[in-house]
Design a protein around this ligand. Structure first.
Ligand SMILES: Nc1ncnc2c1ncn2[C@@H]1O[C@H](COP(=O)(O)OP(=O)(O)OP(=O)(O)O)[C@@H](O)[C@H]1O
Ligand SMILES: [Mn+2]
Length: 424
């Protein structure tokens, strides 16, 4: 009898303790309830403590960040109208005005159906000359189009499902990353970027008849009768050629060249490209130092760029170029290397400065719940090419949640009045 009593009492105590723990937990997570996340391969033990803090916020991210925001619906509709290229009658002439473009809000027109027409023209206009592009470390060509516009052509080096292992800047440029970046930027309302589209050029029909002598000198026969290009660039090697596919075509990213005078600057958050650590990697107060030599406006712009780079995982923005006091998103080929990796330190400008343009934040909040990549897919579908595997689209959504968590971390640390800036 007394044993039964003792057992019953212990059970009662156990239930009481259990209930206590349950209520304590729910009370503590009210308002920041969220599903726990599977954190992909991250070396938390060796990471700075800021990473742990950000991941803590990620685990309690409000559920609204995982749902669609109805405020995005009208914006999405406008974007779709602008990229729908079914109205291409004028597209042949659309590039003729390109030199007159660049307004106070963008480098190229991005409204009223212009993007669809521009991309279509970039993909289909007659090529009148092909040469090696003289600048940079990566193989690329210059395509001169009828009507005098120039395209940078970064050739395809990898299949979409190829995973680039190694450090963040490993491998050749990814042509699809350039094009993906263009659509992503536009959906994010970062309009200071050059239009970019997947284009296929036929070696014997489009290139050879109009190739410069200089380009022909950088071609070799690959042994099975086809000519391949090794190009002229810092890293170009005779045994690292680009060859046409079985249809005789070379696929690549065609990027509209802008003749505007850009000014180049070294990025304060650039990597060392050796095992040596840069100051920003060792000093979490690095932003304070940068703010002594950079305006708040430029810092906010660099932070926007870091958010963009984190989404595609471009860790190679060693230098940035400016026009009309805005950073132009040139050279986005080092993204989409590995969909399983999220290098959080690309976000260093955000978590070290803990500030963000309010305009950027208001817009980012509208892109939640899958809208961001859904719109990239939708807009790019008008030009036909698939830009990335499903794993990459999922990775971008996962990284967006990490951006939300990083902003929450900053708000938690400094309060939203200090984080959000209206200077832009
Ligand atoms: N769309 C563009 N319009 C005008 N100039 C451009 C454009 N894209 C790139 N450039 C210029 O050409 C340079 C080289 O291009 P890009 O950076 O894409 O090549 P890269 O081979 O990847 O160079 P790097 O190895 O330095 O990263 C840029 O720094 C920029 O000055
Ligand atoms: Mn580059």
């Amino acid at each position: 009898m007394s044993l039964n009593y003792a057992f019953g009492f212990s059970l009662f105590l156990l239930i009481l303790v259990g209930l206590n723990i349950y209520f304590f937990y729910t009370l503590n997570t009210v308002g920041r309830k969220g599903l726990s996340f599977n954190v992909p391969s991250i070396k938390l033990d060796q990471s700075p403590s800021v990473f742990r803090d950000i991941y803590e916020y990620l685990n309690y991210l409000p559920s609204s960040y995982k749902q669609k925001n109805s405020k995005f619906t009208p914006l999405q509709k406008t974007l779709i109208q602008s990229f729908n290229s079914t109205n291409v009658q004028n597209s042949k002439n659309v590039l003729l005005d390109a030199d007159k473009w660049a307004s106070e809000e963008s480098l190229f027109p991005h409204r009223d159906g212009a993007p669809g027409q521009i991309l279509h023209a970039m993909r289909t206009s007659q090529i009148v000359s092909v040469d090696n592009a003289p600048k940079g470390t990566q193989l690329k060509l210059l395509l001169l189009l009828e009507g005098n516009q120039i395209l940078y052509f970064k050739p395809k080096r990898y299949q979409l499902d190829e995973v680039i292992n190694g450090n963040i800047y490993a491998g050749f440029d990814r042509h699809n990353s350039e094009v993906f970046a263009y659509y992503l930027a536009i959906v994010m309302n970062f309009t200071w970027i050059s239009p970019s589209v997947i284009r296929k050029i036929h070696l014997h029909k489009d290139v050879m008849p109009v190739a410069t002598e200089g380009l022909k000198k950088t071609m070799v026969n690959n042994g099975s009768g086809s000519m391949c290009i090794y190009g002229k660039c810092f890293y170009c090697k005779v045994n690292e050629t680009v060859c046409p596919d079985s249809k005789g075509e070379i696929e690549g990213a065609a990027i509209l060249f802008s003749k505007k005078p850009f000014r180049a600057f070294k990025s304060p958050w650039r990597r060392s490209y050796t095992s040596k650590k840069m100051e920003w990697e060792k000093n979490n107060d690095f932003c304070k130092k940068v703010s002594e030599t950079h305006s708040t406006k430029r810092l906010l712009n660099l932070i926007d760029v870091s958010i963009f780079d984190f989404l595609i995982q471009n860790g190679d923005r060693h230098r940035y170029e400016v026009y009309k006091d805005k950073i132009i998103l040139l050279d986005n080929g080092k993204g989409l290397g590995n969909p399983m990796v999220d290098e959080l330190d690309i976000l260093a400008p955000l978590y070290q400065c803990c500030m963000l343009s309010l305009t950027t934040w208001n817009h980012l909040e509208k892109l939640s719940g899958g809208s961001l990549t859904e719109t990239v897919k939708f807009l790019s579908s008008f030009q036909g090419a698939k830009l990335a595997t499903e794993e990459h689209f999922k990775a971008v959504e996962r990284r967006l949640l990490k951006i939300y968590a990083t902003v929450q971390y900053c708000i938690g640390k400094h309060g939203s009045a200090k984080v959000f800036k209206t200077i832009f």
